[in-house]
Design a binder for this molecule. Sequence first.
Ligand SMILES: *[C@@H]1O[C@H](CO)[C@@H](O)[C@H](O)[C@H]1NC(C)=O
Ligand SMILES: *[C@@H]1O[C@H](CO)[C@@H](O)[C@H](O)[C@H]1NC(C)=O
Ligand SMILES: *[C@@H]1O[C@H](CO)[C@@H](O)[C@H](O)[C@H]1NC(C)=O
Ligand SMILES: *[C@@H]1O[C@H](CO)[C@@H](O)[C@H](O)[C@H]1NC(C)=O
Ligand SMILES: *[C@@H]1O[C@H](CO)[C@@H](O)[C@H](O)[C@H]1NC(C)=O
Ligand SMILES: *[C@@H]1O[C@H](CO)[C@@H](O)[C@H](O)[C@H]1NC(C)=O
Ligand SMILES: *[C@@H]1O[C@H](CO)[C@@H](O)[C@H](O)[C@H]1NC(C)=O
Ligand SMILES: *[C@@H]1O[C@H](CO)[C@@H](O)[C@H](O)[C@H]1NC(C)=O
Length: 415
Amino acid sequence: MATTMMNVNAVLVAITLALLTCSPRCIYSDDQRLMVNMTLVRNASALGAFCLDGSLPAYHLHRGFGGGARNWLLQFEGGGWCNSIKSCLDRANTRRGSTRYMSKWEVFSGILSNNASLNPDFYNWNRVKLRYCDGASFAGDAVYKNGTSLLYFRGQKIWEAIILDLLPKGLGQARKALLSGSSAGGLSSFLHCNNFTKYLPSTASVKCLSDAGFFLDERDISSNHTMRSFVKDVVSLHGLEKNLDENCTASSLNFPELCFFPQYALKFITPPFFILNSAYDVYQFHHILVPPSADPQGHWNRCKLNPAACNPQQLNTLQEFRRDMIVAMGLSYKYSRRGGFFINSCFGHGQSESQDSWFAADSPRVHNRTIAEAVGDWYFSRRATKEIDCPYPCETTCINLIPSTQALLQDLRSY
Ligand SMILES: *[C@@H]1O[C@H](CO)[C@@H](O)[C@H](O)[C@H]1NC(C)=O
Ligand SMILES: *[C@@H]1O[C@H](CO)[C@@H](O)[C@H](O)[C@H]1NC(C)=O
Ligand SMILES: *[C@@H]1O[C@H](CO)[C@@H](O)[C@H](O)[C@H]1NC(C)=O
Ligand SMILES: *[C@@H]1O[C@H](CO)[C@@H](O)[C@H](O)[C@H]1NC(C)=O
Ligand SMILES: *[C@@H]1O[C@H](CO)[C@@H](O)[C@H](O)[C@H]1NC(C)=O
Ligand SMILES: *[C@@H]1O[C@H](CO)[C@@H](O)[C@H](O)[C@H]1NC(C)=O
Ligand SMILES: *[C@@H]1O[C@H](CO)[C@@H](O)[C@H](O)[C@H]1NC(C)=O
Ligand SMILES: *[C@@H]1O[C@H](CO)[C@@H](O)[C@H](O)[C@H]1NC(C)=O
């Protein structure tokens, strides 16, 4: 397995090296996609910051230029969580738990693109992708050892090690900064937003964005707390409770692990925050609202693959989920002066890193604004951005986001 992966990487590097080089650490593939080299955090071992398998953590940095040279965008990679020794041991042998198995070159597109016509507001910033290999949204701090197996649950240390590595590279003198992330990485953005500001100059403008990270504390269709018990397992296995916001955990003493859910942590976050999420987020639909355990007969399978195949009762359940998401964002947030949101009605999961959904002629829009425009308007205070799309199926700009049947079938199989 390891050998195969290395050969694949070697071939990929060989292919990409043969293409046009744009600087020592980036390359354009033939279809003009920007690919950026991996940097291992060598000093991480001093902090005990390791991926699940003990490998060194990593990030990909593409330097800013011109007016963006002193601005920094940090994007947490996503990829679910592991909640048991078994699932974490499995993960440790994949690209989700080890930099050994990761691609050493990452495509930088959407919010990470360096092309002004594809990413109008952040293209010339320093852009960093933080690779995800701890299994708990960069927030755990524990080790598992039993004589034969060893697992590092050191997400919080990885976060610190990467920041400490970037500070002398210019992050420490940032004028503007945006902490962002997608999916499990979007959740990291909630968890680390306050801590991030403390490393930056007090004069810097620091804001945070979560893409597809607003995971709801919602019961499934059989009224079970499937997601809540999953989160409880993640928090306890990874020794994560101590890294949750103190003021939040103090306010929900009976269930401190609930502060892993953005809806409870949000009001304790100080910097301006932007929530980008689909109201029918496919991950949440398939894993929180209708996990396989809640639908053993598979009544929802057709509806999961294609919203047009949902019956009226199923659609009604989805509309209730959408309403709950809007309510969970909270009235105080809705009327906050500095916060922003873009809750659209597309069946997708993650919209900031794919060019099609971020900024393209046919990308999703709400009130005729693309996601790139909405986020830029909010970041630069050009215009308030508090967009909630009309409920499915009214939206016509979504077509390109419904995942292919093939991809969804694979998703269903992987349960
Ligand atoms: C990629 O990054 C590694 C480690 O940061 C470095 O040793 C290597 O020279 C880089 N390769 C290219 C082509 O930039
Ligand atoms: C930037 O993107 C536009 C639109 O896709 C494309 O025409 C142009 O060639 C790109 N520029 C670079 C330098 O890649
Ligand atoms: C350690 O844990 C692993 C995974 O649970 C298990 O397979 C192994 O047998 C355990 N070893 C010992 C010595 O208990
Ligand atoms: C790594 O740690 C050493 C010793 O603490 C320090 O001198 C060095 O500047 C660090 N390097 C980076 C890139 O942070
Ligand atoms: C960020 O959080 C970590 C872990 O809780 C803590 O050790 C560190 O001091 C915090 N950083 C700052 C600058 O407060
Ligand atoms: C908790 O709230 C107090 C008072 O508002 C504040 O000073 C402190 O920084 C907060 N702690 C965290 C971890 O946000
Ligand atoms: C609900 O959860 C309980 C406890 O985890 C479990 O025993 C039961 O099978 C679940 N029911 C369904 C329908 O998922
Ligand atoms: C929507 O925005 C585009 C530019 O992004 C503009 O050309 C078009 O006229 C707008 N449509 C409406 C209906 O406002």
